[in-house]
Design a protein. Structure first.
Lengths: 788, 178
């Protein structure tokens, strides 16, 4: 391989580094108006009145719209992901509305849209809109959401139940009766925010003469946005162009659709016949952009006397937020990923998703997978402790062996397909991680020594799988232009993953050109208009393989043309450095540019049925997802007085099949780990009992900084996926998935001398929360002693 | 009906009745003279009046550092400064970083490309502008100093690992200084 697998520098970097890359907020159009939203101050309440008169009087205000003004255009958004075909399920779809009409259901829900000559004036006008709301009791606590007395968030439902699903394999109760050890605990995993540094934004421009709508949208899914907008606005799809330009981080919430702002701005642009811009501010982002996590599990593991898993039972509550447009994706991911790298012969998993008066929950990097990993890995740790088994050993005994693939878990995954792992070598990853973290030396020497010195050192060791690269499909069109340069267009959007480079590498490999000679265009529906979007770690797998197929087809066409031009058999031709020549005589070559012209002549006859140009469009749709896996191990030191945690070492072993670009892959893992660390120890959204978010700013919601992030020791194995030609699996979310489980284990381990028997059963932690957990543990021990 | 459709279609400047103040600012060596509202943020001035959209806004309350620019050579957060406070000052934005002759990037930018010190690139201009005066004052920083210098800039994509490596690469290539 000349390009695939090489640490190629990125094609897109020069534009980003010099400030020339265009993000949505950089789009400025003549006569553009600016939008700001009036949002609910209450988590739950009935709207009594909305008075916009004063706002309309303010000079510079062009319009103020409320739900009433939308007429027939007001309707709840589409159900983005219908529930998968699981037998035992209930699902109540209640999707978000463009502007709240009768009721508000979370703080920050939009009530009115103001358009003015500048954002400053628009925000002045927002202050002048008088909204009267009759507040209702809010549903905040997950465990109280289904109480009979709980206020109803959606009045037409009997309860706040959004969904209920059971998936099982084998006979858990039967297995439990055989068990030598059963461990049961309650686990809690609270909400966080994705906090991309670029907030969301939309510019919508309706051209009344051309009858054409152009929308710049910070979305991960420009094509579905285009299709949906055309449908909602009664336009042909060819009248709507959606551009997802450079996006400042996506991480999942930017694929939620349709956000109210996405529905409203294009419509209002048509009403006012002027271009409009809305850029979310940071505070809005904490309410108006979707969030994730928020689950409570009651889980149980049954093991035989050797520590082999006989079965797992899990009952959990999932916080859907005020609406559930993303269906069951997040809790289904939790349910499926819990099984992890292990052979679990009997599994019984049941969850209820509940509506709460909080912002909507949709996938955020990991998308529920980390919850499953947390529960399973914590159960194994607790079981190991109870059985006096080594942590690595209990995992080793339960890993799926390499010869067992494809491995059928006998339940249904988020892509509606059976959860079957395609390939992997789990024991090899575990052993390598133990080696990298000096596991034996840590246990026998480093930790005892630290403890003698009064230092609290602990180790965390966690395995995980990541279901990636799911369908339905993506497409790519590759063209060799008459300059000899290559143009590659695809529908998937890009938010920093390096698609401009990795897709170019795949094409360059086949086409004998440099990576820098392939110009990649993503996320513009005028350039390519079939596709779904960037989610579920699927870009490299799904669009990557479409690139491969299209490039192979263009290569075939190049060689056909060259064979005629050089009067030589195709087998004798060499394609490299942008030209083709007959083996052994590189001096008489024909360039790709010349061949492109030959394939698209201005005069003369062509063969019957010939397609013009050196171009091919190809689609790839995997039958099922490719499953990546890995092991994270970390050593932490806890300060007993401040409860501050320092990560001393961090090792990652990862297997996502064939690596396209190790530089980009390492970056994905490092970024994921940073988000995982944030999730484990810094980031928590604190809602009070009225549903008010108490820390809606970067002053109070802490993201990890350069000082909080350790250096990573990383190693990759490459077990190619047999499911696709490139052998790749996704890697986008892997870094984030196991971190919280490893962090909890490491901190718990570190604290044992101070608090013997302490268990950490929740995430996120923080120095404050750790201090409380320690105090609670001490109180419990003191009480216990009193009883005795 | 709450919509003032039609009758309020302004084009061009709007007379808001608010006081304006004339300022003269040197941006990347170019003098810009404008009348601005005293409440106009420097970040908005640079992006919308000077059309220099390389300066990004991530939080509007001085935490994320994406909007960092140089004012008289020192790093400042342009979302925490009013444009009128920059009157008669000299500003440098990411667009003002000069590449050596024959190259397309400043050596610090080059090091970021080399070491993959950026992913989505949104926070990158602010990080570069934070590092320029830091590296001028600390030509041979230790790793911990680099981390400290970066700790006021949030990056959500990279986990900072390769940003730190990029700075080390720059220091070793140039022998220090910015």
């Amino acid at each position: 391989m000349k390009h695939i697998g090489k640490p190629v520098r990125r094609n897109e970097d020069a534009r980003l580094l010099t400030g020339k890359a265009v993000f949505v907020d950089d789009v400025h159009l003549p006569a553009m108006l600016h939008a700001a939203f009036v949002r609910s101050d209450y988590a739950h309440g009935r709207i009594v009145s909305v008075d916009t008169r004063q706002a309309l009087e303010l000079p510079g205000v062009a319009a103020v719209y409320t739900a009433e003004d939308l007429g027939d255009y007001w309707r709840p958004g589409p159900l983005l992901v219908p529930p998968p075909p699981v037998e035992e399920k209930t699902f109540h779809a209640r999707t978000q509305v463009p502007l709240a009409r009768d009721k508000v259901r979370h703080v920050g829900e939009p009530i009115a849209l103001v358009l003015a000559e500048s954002r400053y004036i628009a925000e002045d006008a927002v202050e002048l809109v008088e909204v009267e709301i009759d507040p209702l009791d809010a549903v905040v606590d997950l465990e109280q959401a289904l109480d009979e007395q709980a206020p109803l968030i959606h009045d037409d439902l009997d309860s706040n139940l959004s969904a209920e699903v059971r998936q099982s394999k084998g006979d858990y109760q039967g297995a439990r009766r055989q068990a030598a050890v059963v461990v049961r605990r309650r686990f809690e995993y609270d909400r966080g925010a994705s906090a991309a540094i670029e907030n969301r934004g939309i510019v919508a421009s309706w051209d009344g003469r051309d009858q054409h709508l152009t929308v710049w949208d910070s979305t991960q899914a420009p094509i579905p946005i285009r299709n949906g907008l055309a449908e909602m606005l009664g336009l042909s799809e060819s009248q709507v162009r959606v551009i997802a330009p450079f996006i400042g981080g996506g991480f999942g919430p930017k694929i939620m659709m349709f956000y109210p702002e996405e529905v409203l701005l294009p419509w209002a642009s048509m009403q006012l016949q002027r271009p409009l811009k809305w850029i979310e501010d940071r505070e809005e982002n904490f309410y108006a952009t979707t969030q994730e996590r928020g689950q409570i599990h009651w889980a149980e593991i049954a093991l035989d006397a050797e520590g082999r898993i006989l079965g797992v039972r899990d009952d959990f509550l999932h916080d859907a937020g005020a609406y559930d447009p993303y269906g069951l994706t997040v809790p289904i991911n939790t349910q499926c990923t819990l099984l992890g790298c292990y052979q679990v012969p009997n599994y019984d998993s049941h969850f209820k998703a509940v509506f709460t008066n909080k912002p909507i929950v949709t996938p955020y990097r990991g998308a529920g997978r980390q919850h499953g990993v947390f529960v399973m890995e914590r159960l194994l740790d607790l079981a190991a402790r109870e059985m006096d088994l080594d942590r690595a050993e209990i995992r080793r005994r339960n890993l799926i062996p390499p010869e067992a693939f494809p491995y059928d878990n006998e339940i249904i995954f988020q892509d509606f397909r059976p959860l079957v792992y395609d390939s992997g070598n789990y024991p090899r990853c575990l052993e390598r991680a133990l080696e990298m973290i000096d596991y034996d030396d840590f246990l026998s020497r480093q930790q005892p020594k630290a403890r003698r010195e009064g230092r609290l050192l602990g180790l965390g060791l966690v395995t995980y799988v990541e279901g990636t690269g799911i369908g339905p499909y993506e497409g790519v069109r590759i063209t060799v232009e008459s300059s000899g340069k290559v143009n590659l267009v695809t529908g998937v959007g890009t938010q920093g993953q390096g698609h401009y480079t990795s897709f170019a590498q795949v094409a360059a490999e086949q086409l004998g050109v440099g990576v820098e000679d392939v110009r990649v265009v993503t996320g513009d529906t005028r350039e390519f208009h079939w596709g779904t979007g960037t989610f579920a770690s699927r870009g490299a797998v799904v669009a990557g393989n479409a690139c491969h197929n299209a490039a192979k087809d263009v290569r075939r066409k190049i060689l056909e043309q060259a064979s005629e031009a050089l009067e030589a058999a195709q087998e004798d031709l060499v394609l490299e450095e942008g030209k083709v020549y007959v083996k052994g005589s590189p001096e008489s070559s024909v360039s790709l540019g010349e061949l492109a012209v030959r394939a698209n002549p201005l005069r003369g006859a062509v063969r019957h049925g010939a397609e013009p140009g050196l171009e091919s469009t190809s689609y790839y749709g995997p039958e099922q997802g490719a499953t990546a896996n890995g092991v994270h191990a970390m050593i932490v030191e806890v300060d007993a007085e401040t409860c501050q945690v320092k990560i001393v070492r961090y090792a990652v072993v990862h297997d996502c099949g064939r690596v396209l670009n190790p530089l980009i892959l390492d970056g994905q893992i490092e970024g994921g780990v940073a988000q995982g660390i944030g999730n484990a120890f810094y980031e928590q959204l604190h809602f009070d009992q009225t549903g008010q978010l108490l820390n809606a700013s970067f002053m109070d919601f802490l993201l990890p900084t350069a000082l909080d992030m350790p250096d990573l020791d990383m190693d990759h194995f490459e077990t190619p996926s047999p499911l696709n030609a490139l052998g790749v699996k996704g890697a986008g979310e892997a870094g984030a998935i196991p971190v919280a489980a490893a962090f909890a284990q490491a901190v718990e381990d570190a604290l044992q001398p101070l608090a013997p028997g302490l268990e950490i059963l929740e995430i996120p932690l923080s120095p404050n929360r750790l201090f409380e957990i320690l105090s609670e543990h001490r109180d419990r021990r003191d009480d216990g002693r009193g009883d005795a | 009906m709450t919509v003032g459709r039609g009758e309020r279609l302004y084009c061009g400047a709007v007379e808001t009745g608010r006081a304006q103040k004339e300022i003269i600012v040197e941006v990347n060596g170019r003098e810009i003279r404008r009348s601005v509202e005293p409440r106009l943020l420097l970040s908005d001035f640079l992006r919308h009046e000077a059309d220099l959209t390389g300066t990004h806004v991530g939080c509007e309350h001085g935490v994320c550092g994406a909007c960092t620019v140089l004012m008289d050579g020192e790093a400042v957060r342009s979302c925490l400064i009013f444009a009128v406070q920059a009157n008669r000052r000299s500003l440098t934005t990411v667009e003002g970083l000069q590449a050596p002759e024959g190259r397309d990037l400043h050596p610090l930018q080059e090091a970021f490309r080399e070491k993959h010190g950026l992913q989505c690139g949104f926070c990158t201009p602010g990080i570069l502008m934070t590092l320029i005066p830091f590296l001028r004052d600390n030509p041979r920083p230790r790793k911990e100093q680099i981390r400290e210098a970066l700790s006021g800039n949030l990056c959500r994509c990279t986990g900072y690992v390769k940003i730190v490596e990029a700075v080390q690469e720059y220091v070793s290539r140039t022998g220090g200084g910015a």
